[in-house]
Design a protein around this ligand. Sequence first.
Ligand SMILES: Cc1cc2nc3c(=O)[nH]c(=O)nc-3n(C[C@H](O)[C@H](O)[C@H](O)COP(=O)(O)OP(=O)(O)OC[C@H]3O[C@@H](n4cnc5c(N)ncnc54)[C@H](O)[C@@H]3O)c2cc1C
Length: 386
Amino acid sequence: MSRHDHRFRDELRGWLAEHAPPDVEIAATPEEAEVLREWQRTLHTGRWVGINWPVEYGGRGASLTQVAIYNEELAHASAPQILGRAGVSLVGPTLMAHGTAEQRRRWMRRILSGDDIWCQLFSEPDAGSDLTALSTRADKRGGVYVVTGQKVWSSHARFADWGIALVRTNPTAPRHKGISMLAIPMTAKGVDVRPLRQITGESEFNEVFLDGVDIPVEHLIGPENEGWAVAGTTLANERGATFVWKEQVLASLAFDLLSKASARGGRDRDPIARQRLAQAWIEVEIFRLHNGRTLARLARGEELGSESSLVKLFWAGMSQRLYETAVAILGSDALLMPEDERALDRGRWPLGLLASRANSIMGGTSEIQRNIIGERLLALPREPRT
Ligand SMILES: Cc1cc2nc3c(=O)[nH]c(=O)nc-3n(C[C@H](O)[C@H](O)[C@H](O)COP(=O)(O)OP(=O)(O)OC[C@H]3O[C@@H](n4cnc5c(N)ncnc54)[C@H](O)[C@@H]3O)c2cc1C
């Protein structure tokens, strides 16, 4: 780590000491969403949002090492994820690669400041793992696309100002050739957002119904009918350096807390519990090594390609097993949800256990990752399509 990196860490630590993060973990209610939007605004005043964006777009042009330091320091300060993370980590990079100068001017600074929160409108009831099956239509009539269809699992859509949507603009072309990407104002006439209640009791996801929504043609991102290639940029950013390092820090912190909680009740003297704790530690370390390799490759300017599937698959299983171990060895108090005052560590263990079920689904399911590893890394034969 260079002297420059040490200075970067000191600057961020100093800033965090003066700007305490709010005690809100996720945006489950409009009030919590407002607190998180305000936190993003505060971070932005210190230029601490989108630090890896180029300086010309309001970022710091931060290196991979600095992104790693940033995620470590924010995790150690118990800072929540920013509300506008889809905008910062997905939409911004997509606009940099495919947007027009006018689109970048209009949207990019407001993404960083939290003035505009974006959501991702890709998945549909019949198009998740296979997104090319999407059926939301956008028919061009004069200067507008008329959009009709349904999206689902759209994180934070009810607090979002904009959505990036994949829509079908040519229904007769081969499936992946008739798709386009549009920016949809979530307050437009014909947009109806309905929250979905999750296993944790929270409502991060939403269904989004689009009924004859008029979208000006200037909101097309990238060329018409080439939205599949444009979405490639968006999806590649979903598993980039920021994801890898943030999850790495969170897994280490969760393990440290688990080992302290088991020591408190003397549970770590039980030989079975000790073996499970050792196994959890080994897995967190393996994850760290996977991530070290990923960052080294990115630093050399290499593409992550199919190997990112190995890391995603390992992370999903590791995080689920970590919480299974926690509730298995910490006893019944570790099963109480946050609203119960007897809950251990404010209910983080059962919440983590339930929330981590999503890790093997989001950003490509574990079955899909195994397909990619089998076909592209191991060159196993593909199953013939029926
Ligand atoms: C926490 C979280 C946040 C999300 N946020 C968003 C968001 O903001 N915006 C958005 O657009 N989407 C979002 N999603 C949706 C996510 O992208 C999809 O859930 C995911 O792509 C899987 O699609 P699906 O749920 O339709 O499952 P399906 O694709 O219907 O899969 C069902 C089952 O079949 C298996 N399967 C499917 N195809 C194959 C195959 N070829 N080989 C083997 N097995 C297969 C899957 O692994 C799975 O077990 C989010 C999901 C989660 C969990």
